[in-house]
Design a protein around this ligand. Sequence first.
Ligand code: BJ8
Length: 383
Amino acid sequence: MKLQTELPAVFEEFAEARRNGFLAVKKIKDQNVPVIGVFCGYFPQEVAMAMGAAIVSLCAFSDETIAEAEKDLPRNLCPLIKSSYGFGKTDKCPYFYFSDLVVGETTCDGKKKMYEYLGEIKPVYVMELPNCQSEEGLKLWKKEIIRLKETLEKKFGVTITEEAIKEAIVVKNKERKALKEFYELSKYDPVPMLGQDLYKVMMGTGFEFNRVLIPEKLDDTRKKVLAEYKEEKKYSKKPRILITGCPIGGATEKVIKAIEDNGAVVVAFESCGGAKTVEDLVDESNPDVYEALAEKYLAIGCSCMTPNPNRIKLLDRMIDEYQVDGVVDMILTACHTYNVETLSIKRFVNDKKEKSYISLETDFSTSDIGQINTRMAAFIEML
Ligand code: BJ8
């Protein structure tokens, strides 16, 4: 079995993106550009883009700050929440350090309560996200997006025009289309790249602050990957895995690695950071920019929503389009919403799609890598 030790050269630029982003954000700060730190896919980025702010994804995927967080927060809390808070408390995340404002949303209980404490360290603004994708929910979310715009205007002394939001919508949609076109390369069988490489590219795009450049970079990389693929098929046919569940990243990249070390390949990420926030575009033809943004963002199929049909709809489509053999549902310890939802996802994948399903509970430690490998090897063997 071939273990991947080095990232193919074509992806290097993206692999370094987070580290390079540290320097870039400092430069941005020196130029007095407002920096807004975010944690979640529900944040309507176009509003901040319209005022020329830099949007940074805050550190939340490592166990290095969890011990410090546990001095203030309960131990049996989701590691993502503890890590986020710990990075803020210890000032170890350069993106947090440079943020003028952190914006959170009322997603899960742990996160929204954590923001109350994070607000003691940095200015934190919390958007009231409805828990239902109903008509009333949509009205509330639209109002919340307008309230965000007004808050940003007041805090930064700027005017955010609808024209500027419209322009930002076009830029962000282009980025989504380019990212989708890129990850769709994994529809090929055999795949032209490993899931580990695909993941690096998807994460890396978030740290390019000149967003106009993102589609061009992605398109360039896509063409290179395709050209290499046409010349030589680097990978043989393998069982094809889709990852769903809690956001994956940093410490939990161990799950992608375990899947690929044990003979399968990750062809699709339905979770946040993957298709969940990318697939739907903002409707550019809607003259009401706030309604268009509210519709797009509220439709995200996160388990914080009840019910959550959009996650099933997306899974349904992706399992077919990516010729998926098995679904891995990665759950972070103590994430109640995703954990409760595993039953409906299992039923859907097994009964409706007639595919194999496994749920895998993990945290940000390395102590369960052996166990994850054993479970993944057994799961893949069965496919
Ligand atoms: S849109 S997935 S980024 S909320 S923090 S819910 S793991 S217990 S992250 Fe998320 Fe936004 Fe949804 Fe995406 Fe569970 Fe932990 Fe809560 Fe979490």
